[in-house]
Design a protein around this ligand. Structure first.
Ligand SMILES: [Zn+2]
Length: 188
C-alpha cells in the first residue's frame, strides 16, 4: 500500500507504538503486568476455544496468542463453530479467528488488538464492563430494533473504540497500528 511505504521513508517513529516491542524498561514492565492482569480473560477464552470452538493452529503473532476456530458440515454447508460467527473473538491476549482466511485480514487484526489492549488495562473488570454495557444496550437502547443483538454489540463502548481505530486504519491514518503488519513466530 502506498501509504505504508510513504510512512517508512518519512519517519522511523511509529504513529502507534507497538507496546510489546518497546525498548523502554518502564513501559516493558507495565506491558508485562498487562499480560498478567489479562491472564484470567485469556484462560476463559482458551477453555472456550478448546472445548466449544475446537480451535487449532495455535501460534504467537504480534504479541498475541492466535488460533482458528473449527467447523463442521451440515446439509452440505460448512458451519463455523465460533459463537455469533464474528470474524474473530478476543479474550485477554488470545484471539480466535473464525476461519484461516480471517487471520490475514489486517483491519480485523487491528480491531481485535484494540480489545487486547483494553483487556490489559481492565483485566477481569474489562469483561464485567463489556458484559454490563452489552446487557444494558440489549435491554434498553436496542429494544425496538429487529437486529437487537447486533445493534447492542455495536453500541458497547469497547466496540465503538475498536471500530473507530479499525476505520482509521482502513483510511490509512494508522499505518503502524498494533497488528497492521503481521509477524508470526510459530506456525506459518
Ligand atoms: Zn470488537
Amino acid at each position: 500500500m502506498p501509504e505504508m511505504q510513504r510512512q517508512t521513508t518519512e519517519s522511523t517513529e511509529p504513529t502507534d507504538p507497538q507496546p510489546f516491542r518497546t525498548r523502554e524498561p518502564e513501559i516493558a514492565i507495565v506491558v508485562a503486568l498487562g499480560y498478567v492482569w489479562a491472564a484470567f480473560n485469556t484462560l476463559i477464552g482458551l477453555l472456550l476455544a478448546v472445548v466449544f470452538y475446537r480451535a487449532r493452529g495455535f501460534r504467537w503473532s504480534d504479541g498475541c496468542l492466535e488460533a482458528v476456530g473449527g467447523s463442521f458440515q451440515r446439509d452440505g454447508k460448512t458451519v463455523t463453530r465460533i459463537w455469533g460467527r464474528p470474524g474473530a473473538q478476543t479474550w485477554g491476549w488470545f484471539i480466535v479467528y473464525r476461519t484461516e482466511a480471517h487471520v490475514a485480514k489486517a483491519p480485523l487484526r487491528v480491531h481485535e488488538r484494540v480489545h487486547v489492549a483494553q483487556g490489559m488495562v481492565g483485566g477481569p473488570l474489562f469483561l464485567l464492563a463489556y458484559g454490563l454495557h452489552f446487557l444494558i444496550e440489549f435491554a434498553w437502547t436496542a429494544r425496538f430494533r429487529p437486529s437487537r443483538w447486533y445493534d447492542a454489540y455495536r453500541r458497547v463502548w469497547a466496540e465503538r473504540m475498536a471500530y473507530r481505530i479499525e476505520d482509521e486504519f482502513r483510511r490509512g491514518l494508522r499505518p503502524n497500528a498494533w497488528g497492521a503488519n503481521p509477524r508470526y513466530f510459530l506456525g506459518n
